[in-house]
Write a protein that binds this ligand. Structure first.
Ligand code: ZN
Length: 312
């Protein structure tokens, strides 16, 4: 990690005061809960020092690097500033040049691969297909072109899923999964995007992956657009489903690394939680999840169109 100077922003680090003034936000203020807050009339970013986590208008995202305090200032990794914070504050610059034509939806697992299994026999592969099909119908009703990596119960390899998106020249890719944990009380919704090249995934406390595996992937070409897509899909899901917000996290899943277009993967609830799996058995609840994913995608697509019309 590069040493931090005390005054001005550097090639690797951005002083939070400089970031605030360039986006017309009030200077950083530390709240009673210890969070560092940047805000203007329209938006609020609230950083949790030491936790790699930021809340954008109340919705959680994980940074690649922690906020650091030096002297009287807070500093942030420049890559986080440009690929996470800037796209949240102004999506026009991040999305200019991206397409808004074809959405590829990827129902996780299938065929001989059931994915996670609930105690009551509920299978992840059936839930992912159901929610993806519902999401697709909702998007098509809004005039969006949709392809699915599978539309029935069959096995599709991860590489095949990526290849389908690349060949179809997809403009965005959303993979649908459901979660499982040893603790039956664990609940909520997580959304994943690929970590920055070289950065840890959210679940890593220290560098355990081999360096080669953390090198730049195809998905890193879209770091800023991934943030906007992941954020709005996550926010859409939580707005409709009202689950616990476990944040937009970062992991090197193959479909996020190799798809070639902005991509996100949702874990839309824990099959291992008796309470959440009861909800997942309910058709209306699954429709709410689909409506949430679709609304996030629609927001992303409208932001892309806006960016391409604004001449940013
Ligand atoms: Zn899965």
């Amino acid at each position: 990690m590069a040493a931090l100077p005390l005054r001005a922003s550097t090639p690797d680090w951005v002083r939070l005061d400089d970031l605030a003034s360039s986006y017309k936000l009030a200077a950083p203020a530390v709240g009673r809960d210890g969070r560092v807050v940047l805000r203007n009339t329209y938006q609020q970013l609230s950083f949790e020092p030491g936790a790699r986590r930021v809340f954008s208008d109340g919705w959680a995202l994980y940074l690649n690097s922690e906020l650091v305090r030096r002297g009287s200032s807070w500093w942030m990794d420049r890559h986080d500033a440009t690929t996470i914070i800037a796209p949240l504050l102004d999506s026009n610059a991040a999305l200019s040049g991206f397409g808004a034509r074809l959405v590829v939806l990827d129902p996780g697992h299938g065929g001989g691969d059931p994915g996670a299994r609930g105690q009551d026999g509920l299978e992840e592969k059936a839930l992912t297909l159901d929610v993806a099909l519902r999401t697709g119908l909702r998007l098509q009703a809004c005039g969006v072109q949709v392809r699915l990596t599978r539309d029935r119960d069959r096995e599709v390899g991860l590489d095949q899923r990526c290849e389908l998106a690349r060949r179809a020249d997809a403009d965005l890719f959303v993979s649908v999964h459901f979660n499982s944990a040893p603790d039956r009380h664990t609940q909520g919704i997580e959304t994943f995007i690929v970590p920055a090249a070289g950065a840890l995934s959210t679940s890593e406390k220290r560098q355990v992956a081999r360096r080669r595996e953390r090198g730049p992937a195809l998905g890193n070409q879209n770091d800023a657009a991934n943030t906007v897509l992941g954020y709005w899909v996550h926010r859409g899901l939580l707005s409709y489903a009202r689950g616990e917000d476990r944040g937009v996290r970062r992991a090197r899943y193959l479909v996020l690394r190799n798809t070639g277009c902005p991509a996100t993967l949702v874990e839309a609830g824990f099959i291992s939680s008796p309470e959440e799996s009861r909800r997942l058995r309910n058709e209306e609840y699954r429709q709410s999840l689909a409506n949430g994913v679709a609304s996030g995608i629609l927001t992303y697509l409208s932001r892309v169109r806006e960016a391409n019309h604004s001449g940013a």
